[in-house]
Design a protein around this ligand. Structure first.
Ligand SMILES: *Cc1c(COP(=O)(O)O)cnc(C)c1O
Length: 464
């Protein structure tokens, strides 16, 4: 049988890619010059490219391949499900076993009274569902003026119109005249970049209390919900100071505001518990999930909804859904992924063994002259690059210039580590071993050393 992959020389694949494939979040013109790296196969935490290089994927794809690459069980389940029932919808009073079984499993795993599942194809469209769901909830409660959703600058909630609007990425808002009406923002709890001389916890409280100020400004009778990631992911793995989430929840309760927690990254073991809400003691009314739900093997997302919200929605027809809501193949694969995470004790191992080990190694990078802080929760971590550690100083160069140089060194050293501005971030597959963590840290340190030299040579080691 012909292999699907590698059927042409790398340069030819790159040329065809450049001619016909528009890449997401990419300046295609620039990429065309360079050629995209062609990934051909993967196993565990290792990618293989078309030149035969083995690359350590410290990002688990896009934060999603929690059980690692190459698990045949998921392929087998997908094939079996495609033969038995490749597709059927759940719109018109029908259902099927994979959608039923996965909903039950998610209700069992999710904390508190999050017992109801509305399926989507990924995180963005699950958040679109959430916008309509919370507004419909309040309309049904006789308070249709409660439409505003409050989010945070530098949040990421996806790339659809709704997801982009909920997110706080100004560069994204700028393309397509977003956000949509009825989305408001408060500042993020990023002490390192924005905390100045304030003590971190006092700063966290201040940022949380912006929520109360914003609610008062808008009028509590107009606010439907607050949305936040337990740990901001795409924003740079920003960990809020202690006390932040307790204060956010106090305010939500005081004004009867629904709390949507976007667990698209933090779900399914990423933080050392099944959900980031458990790690950070958050009690959401609605939880967004995707990514690790299927370990990225197939697209699937969902809103996991509390009894409180689901009971109100049940009284009306919610005119919303996707052709592939609860797709049987996606549900079957997700269920198998959850079985593996659970039966192989992967989440427990992260919490008790490999995440503490990674934390110790990650924090050891803080002694590097280039590194201003290291942060980690479970298996998601970041470090800030700085020209002056003592002042947490940013670079004089455009934000991201130095981060990009560092990322390029990682890429050349066969380590996938991303940069967000001048922060470097990782989120490795949860099956990463101690020995592989050692390799990750070695390559990270080597890349930091090399980038530091380049940055010095180019005269960029200058505080802004
Ligand atoms: C990735 C992500 C999304 C969007 O998910 P897609 O599957 O890409 O639509 C939403 N929220 C968070 C927190 C994410 O990290």
């Amino acid at each position: 049988m012909n292999k699907i992959t590698n059927h042409l020389p790398t340069a030819e694949l790159q040329a065809i890619d450049a001619a016909h494939h528009m890449h997401p979040f990419t300046a295609d013109g620039e990429l065309k010059q360079k050629g995209a790296r062609v990934i051909t196969s993967a196993k565990g935490i290792w990618l293989k490219d078309s030149e035969g290089e083995q690359v350590l994927d410290a990002m688990a794809g896009l934060w999603c391949v929690n059980i690692g690459y190459g698990r045949d069980e998921l392929a087998d389940v997908a094939a079996r499900q495609m033969r038995e029932l490749p597709y059927y919808n759940t719109f018109f009073q029908t259902t099927h076993v994979p959608a039923i079984a996965l909903a039950q499993k998610l209700a069992e795993l999710a904390p508190g009274d999050l017992n109801h599942v509305f399926y989507a194809n990924g995180g963005s469209d699950a958040n679109d569902t959430n916008i309509r769901m919370v507004r419909t909830y309040w309309a049904e409660k006789g308070q249709p003026e409660r439409e505003v959703i409050i989010s945070r600058w530098n949040a990421y909630h996806g790339s659809t119109i709704g997801g982009t609007s909920l997110g706080g990425m100004k560069g994204m808002h700028g393309q397509g005249s977003l956000p949509i009406p009825g989305i408001e923002f408060i500042d993020q709890p990023n002490w390192y970049a924005e905390g100045g001389d304030t003590d971190p916890e006092a700063f966290g409280l201040e940022r949380a209390q912006q929520l109360e100020a914003k609610i008062k400004e808008i009028g509590p009778e107009k606010v439907a919900a607050f949305i936040g990631e337990p740990v901001q992911g795409a924003g740079g793995v920003i960990v809020a100071p202690d006390g932040y989430w307790a204060e956010i929840q106090r305010i939500c309760r005081k004004y009867d505001i629904l709390l949507i927690v976007d667990e698209v990254i933090t779900g399914f073991g990423r933080t050392g518990n099944w959900f980031g809400s458990q790690t950070l003691d958050i009690k959401p009314d609605i939880m967004t999930v995707a990514k690790g739900l299927s370990s990225g093997y197939v697209p699937i997302g969902a809103s996991i909804v509390s009894d409180k919200v689901a009971d109100v929605l049940a009284a009306t027809e919610f005119n919303h859904g996707y052709t592939y809501s609860g797709h049987p193949v996606a549900c079957a694969v997700a269920l198998e992924n959850l079985r593996i995470l659970q039966e192989e004790g992967i989440v427990d191992r992260v919490r008790e063994d490999t995440a503490p080990y990674l934390a110790e190694k990650w924090h050891s990078l803080a002694d590097h002259p280039f590194v201003g802080e290291t942060k980690i929760v479970g298996m998601m971590a970041s470090l800030a690059l700085t020209p002056d550690k003592s002042k947490r100083a940013p670079f004089a160069a455009d934000t991201g210039t130095v981060g990009y140089i560092t990322r390029e060194r990682c890429f050349a050293n066969n380590l996938i580590m991303r940069h967000v501005g001048d922060r470097m971030i990782i989120s490795p597959p949860l099956v990463i071993t101690r020995a592989e963590i050692d390799t990750l840290i070695e390559r990270a340190r080597k890349s930091l050393d090399e980038a530091y030299e380049i940055v010095k040579e180019k005269g960029l080691l200058v505080a802004g």
